[in-house]
Ligand binder design. Structure first.
Ligand SMILES: [Zn+2]
Length: 76
């Protein structure tokens, strides 16, 4: 099978268009509704959305509670 230069060029273009780019600069989608998602918002310097905000607050509250519990010094 032989292809002309023009056909070969077209074939290459078709193949490129058909393939999703790999290893590109596309960022991962945000895990909305999770503490992880809230971290992703903050890492990007954008406001935390209403789905992620309560999860972040819950995580923070949980950590503070855990800290208070261990602060008593009877953990071990
Ligand atoms: Zn979000």
């Amino acid at each position: 099978m032989t292809l002309s230069d023009a056909e070969l060029d077209q074939l290459i273009i078709d193949l490129r268009l058909g393939q999703p780019r790999r290893g590109g600069s596309k960022r991962k989608p945000i895990d909305h509704g999770t503490y992880r998602g809230a971290r992703q918002h903050r890492y990007r310097g954008e406001p935390v959305c209403e789905l992620c905000l309560p999860e972040e607050a819950a995580y923070t509250a949980e950590r503070q509670r855990a800290r208070r519990a261990t602060a008593r010094g009877d953990a071990g």
